[in-house]
Design a protein around this ligand. Structure first.
Ligand SMILES: [Zn+2]
Length: 513
């Protein structure tokens, strides 16, 4: 039912199969109001390649019941892709209660032929702990009722998602997820309180996702309810969210806000459209502003959808290329609060290690590093660790090692003359990986890494330390450091020599020029 095809960080491209239909993750499900259907699911499929949408089973139950039982939810939406139905939990949050039982909603979801169903849950939202505990308790009770009735009637055909509640209380989320993990569900769905998004509290949201992903493991898909703005899409995917819904394309449009991959623009302040979608290509901002409100909303919503789907494609390509972290580094600059949340990721040792384990050894694209934060990337950590464990610690090493600046080429014979030795190893310094042995210089990732000189300057302390560790692990007795013409490598060599002096390993600087 779910197959992972490619991974990067905790993000994955996967294939979700349900009732003979397929959809690829990370999967974005636009929210469709079944009554108004301002932009139809069919249009989204034909123009945006939408493979799945989400709609609300409770609204259909209340307002379109007869038609739904006749035509099914696919008939109502005129859509033959994957349809997920939310249960009505959101209405509980908005209006306090729903006029339906968990049994009614569960059987109704199966009857109308939904592909991915959610039991009637009680979203936690932002509230006090006591109320949050209550919502978890009620949700767990409801889902038990739901699983029982489905079993009793023998009607379970949809994939069923376990709604994980607990709001921003990590201990509640954890407990809820632990209990649901033992139950018979096909996927998990985390409730994300809307105020978190509106308040730009991304760090809290990321923590919630991380806690849940670790508890439920990686076997089944994880859905996030109400993912909001596309600028957080790459982050939630990198934290292990496989699918998510969002109504923001429409809500923002109603509010005259135009979505870009890094933020929103107010329609009345746009001079030029930074987008090539059919809407933005065919009119000017002034023309859009002159339209009637309803038409303008529809057009902005359409553009907003294009922006969301564009971001998904970019994320998928980044996963395939092993460049998801690079995308995060770029997107983190969209907003200071997002940058802060990104820093939380980069300072979370356990999370980085987990990401490292899910990052493939090689990738078909080179690595671009920018600053010291880039050095914490799982891919870099992994390369450094392998270098240490499979080379410096493992191989039998010569007693003597000659270190050459990474940007220089010196023939072996010449080197023998300069050093005055016959037997020695060669390694290169001035790389983000510390020392790179001669025989690995032209392998991935060492030969495919691009970085500015400033990175080596800024990280020189860290790099000197790393090189010392590598030299100690290799058990070398004497180090010859060939000097460099570049100022930053000269300084790095001096730092290394100073540190070497403290370790007692014999070393000398050879001034080559
Ligand atoms: Zn556009």
């Amino acid at each position: 039912m779910f197959e992972v095809l490619a991974e990067d960080l905790l993000g994955r491209i996967g294939r979700l199969k349900v009732k003979g239909k397929q959809a690829e993750t990370p999967l974005f499900l636009p929210v469709i109001n079944p009554v108004t259907q301002s932009i139809s699911a069919k249009w989204m499929k034909e123009n945006l390649g939408a493979e799945a949408v989400i709609t609300n089973a409770y609204i259909i139950f209340k307002r379109l019941r007869e038609r739904a039982l006749e035509e099914g939810v696919h008939g109502i939406l005129d859509f033959d892709g994957v349809i997920m139905t939310d249960s009505g939990g959101y209405q509980v949050l908005e209006y306090g209660d729903v006029e339906a039982t968990p049994e009614e909603i569960a059987l109704f979801e199966e009857e109308i032929g939904t592909d991915i169903a959610v039991p009637l849950d009680i979203p936690t939202g932002i509230c006090g702990k006591k109320k949050a505990e209550e919502s978890v308790k009620k949700t767990l009770k409801n889902i038990e009722i739901t699983l029982n009735i489905l079993k009793e009637k023998g009607v379970r055909r949809a994939l069923w998602a376990a709604p994980i509640q607990g709001g921003t209380y990590l201990d509640l989320l954890q407990r809820c997820a632990e209990i649901e993990k033992e139950m018979d569900f096909d996927l998990y769905a985390l409730g994300s309180p809307t105020p978190l998004m509106e308040g730009y509290r991304f760090e809290k949201l990321f923590e919630m996702i991380y806690v849940v992903r670790v508890v439920v493991g990686f076997g089944r898909p994880l859905h996030l309810f109400g993912a909001g703005h596309p600028m957080i899409f790459p982050f939630i995917v990198a934290l292990g969210v496989d699918m998510f819904d969002s109504a923001s394309y429409y809500l923002y449009a109603k509010d005259e806000r135009y979505i870009t991959s890094t933020g929103t623009l107010r329609i009345d302040r746009i001079d030029y459209f930074p987008c090539n979608c059919p809407i933005c290509s065919n009119m000017t901002p002034t023309e859009l502003r002159e339209m009637k409100k309803e038409e303008r909303t529809r057009l902005i919503a359409t553009h907003n959808l294009y922006a969301c789907f564009r971001e998904i494609r970019e994320i998928k390509q980044a996963i395939r290329d092993g460049r998801l972290m690079e995308l995060l580094e770029i997107r983190a600059r969209s907003h200071p609060r997002l940058y802060q949340a990104f820093r939380w990721i980069m300072e979370n040792e356990d999370l980085l290690r987990l990401m490292e384990n899910h990052t493939p050894l090689s990738s078909r694209r080179g690595i671009n590093l920018f600053d010291r934060l880039s050095l914490k990337r799982p891919r870099i950590r992994r390369a450094r660790r392998r270098l240490m464990e499979n080379y410096f610690k493992l191989s039998a090493h010569e007693k003597h090692l000659v270190l050459i600046p990474f940007n220089r080429k010196i023939g072996f014979e010449k080197l023998k003359r300069i050093v005055g030795e016959d037997v020695f190893e060669i390694a290169y310094y001035g790389t983000p990986y510390g020392l790179v042995p001669d025989q690995l210089k032209y392998t991935y990732p060492f030969s495919q890494t691009n970085y500015p000189r400033a990175l080596i300057e800024d990280a020189s302390e860290n790099l000197a330390e790393l090189m010392i560790e590598q030299l100690k692990a290799g058990g070398y007795e004497r180090i010859y450091v060939i000097s460099s013409r570049s100022k930053h490598l000269k300084e790095l060599a001096l730092k290394l020599l100073k540190a070497l002096h403290e370790t007692g390993i014999k070393s000398s600087l050879i001034d080559w020029d």
